[in-house]
Design a protein around this ligand. Structure first.
Ligand code: ADP
Length: 409
């Protein structure tokens, strides 16, 4: 019996084999095996032999602590009765069935393992011969074997679960490692780019400065001024890319002070005014009075410039009526600014990726894919939200929400 019970690691099979083997060996008529439920409040019938449907029904779920079997599950002490159907401790719900079946001899032992009661093993017979010492010893030994086998089965299923967990963790680790390699590559690229950006920044400042000097010089002819305008525009674009690269690599220490979003928006629109006008873009502003936000002015300008620049590029290629709308308004504990254009909007596959670093739909030389990811980083660091959406009448809208009030130190 011990051999057949310990051969398997499947709980259901342990129970089936145990009850089957026990009745086969002892020749007893009725056997039942109950296991404690998870909360230990009830005993559940998990295996039986020779039980009538009625007896099985009254034995299906038994309360722990009550009745013959229920008590054994609490005390752990073996119970032996010679006239089962007359015993006052038989559960009222089982009494009629036990009487009808004329069950006389009855024995119930606890199934233990590691000092814990797992359930009970009961035997009954209709003959008058009482259970003797040897039979009792055999039932107790069987219960002990069942306890061991159940514990093995439990340990085995626990091991399977842990193995599963290890496999899952392993897969996650591989994934994390891949990401780490990717981010290491990115940071190496960032490092390199910021070195180059620093080198480019100085000559660019000189080019921009000289171009502006020449633009304001009284002897500069209009033809030269037009060309110089192009030089200034392109140098400005290069400077913006460099700025974004530097911010991306975080080689800039921002200083947060109270500042007005509307003032920063005005500055950016002034800066871009000439170019927007050149491309026939009408600028509409709606600046409601709004409390200060705690931010770095340069960073705010950078964000707004990126948004306006994107809106400009989107509309310049779009043959529709061109309107750039910039709105500022206060909302519940936030200052909000929206940059909206009448361009083509963003395609469904583009929209979820616009904030990804290096994501661009523009040809090389026109887009670096850094503007929005840098802006997103800045706004998030300020505790705010930057979101993108398509407008119902076409065009794209970018909304920045920044928290009002001084940030906690
Ligand atoms: P870049 O402008 O250099 O491509 P960004 O990070 O600023 O990089 O923008 C990423 C992408 O988001 C753009 O290439 C474009 O596809 C999309 N996008 C951004 N702003 C707009 C806009 N106003 N209208 C339509 N698409 C936009």
């Amino acid at each position: 019996m011990a051999e057949s019970v310990s051969r398997t690691l499947d709980v259901e099979e342990v129970l089936r084999t145990a009850v089957g083997a026990l009745t086969r060996v002892t020749g007893h008529e009725i056997a039942s095996l109950h296991l404690l439920s998870d909360d230990a409040r009830t005993l559940e019938l998990r295996g039986d032999r020779g039980m009538s449907a009625r007896l099985r029904e009254v034995n299906r779920v038994l309360p722990t602590g009550e009745g013959l079997i229920g008590r054994v599950a609490v005390t752990g002490k073996t119970v032996r009765i010679d006239r089962n159907y007359e015993d006052p401790n038989v559960l009222p719900s089982a009494k009629a069935a036990v009487r009808r079946e004329q069950i006389r001899g009855f024995v119930c032992v606890a199934i233990h393992c590691r000092g814990r009661i797992l359930g009970t093993l009961s035997l009954g017979r209709k003959t008058l011969a009482p259970f003797d010492r040897h039979e009792l010893a055999l039932v107790e030994a069987t219960a002990y074997q069942i306890g061991l086998a159940l514990d093995n089965a439990r340990l085995y299923s626990e091991s399977l679960r842990q193995l599963d967990e290890i496999k899952r963790t392993h897969t996650q680790l591989i994934h994390a490692e891949k990401q780490l390699i990717h981010s290491e590559k990115l940071s190496a690229v960032g490092e390199l780019a910021s070195g180059v950006a620093h080198e480019i920044n100085n000559p660019l400042t000189t080019i921009l400065g000289q171009t502006h000097l020449l633009l304001t010089h009284p002897e500069t002819s209009s033809h030269v001024r037009d060309r110089l305008g192009i030089v200034a525009e392109e140098a400005g674009r290069a400077a913006r890319i460099v700025q974004n690269l530097l911010l991306f690599a975080r080689h800039y220490t921002p200083e947060r002070r109270p500042c007005s979003i509307a003032d920063q928006a005005r500055r950016v629109l002034e800066l871009k005014g000439y170019q927007l006008q050149q491309d026939n873009i009408r600028v509409v502003t709606d600046f409601a009075s709004c409390p200060f936000v705690w931010a770095d002015e340069n960073q705010l300008q950078q964000v707004l410039l990126n948004l306006v620049q994107n809106a400009h590029q989107a509309m310049a290629k779009h043959p529709a009526h061109r309107v750039l709308t910039v709105r500022v308004w206060p909302s519940d504990r936030h200052a909000c600014v929206e940059v909206r254009d009448s361009g083509p909007g963003m395609a469904p596959e583009v929209l979820p990726r616009v904030f990804d670093p290096f994501f661009t739909t523009k040809p090389p030389g026109e887009g670096s894919g850094l503007g929005l990811s840098v802006s997103y980083g800045i706004v998030t660091e300020l505790g705010g939200i930057l979101r993108a959406e398509n407008c119902s009448d076409g065009g794209a809208s970018f909304i920045v929400e920044l928290p009002l009030g001084e940030p906690a130190s």
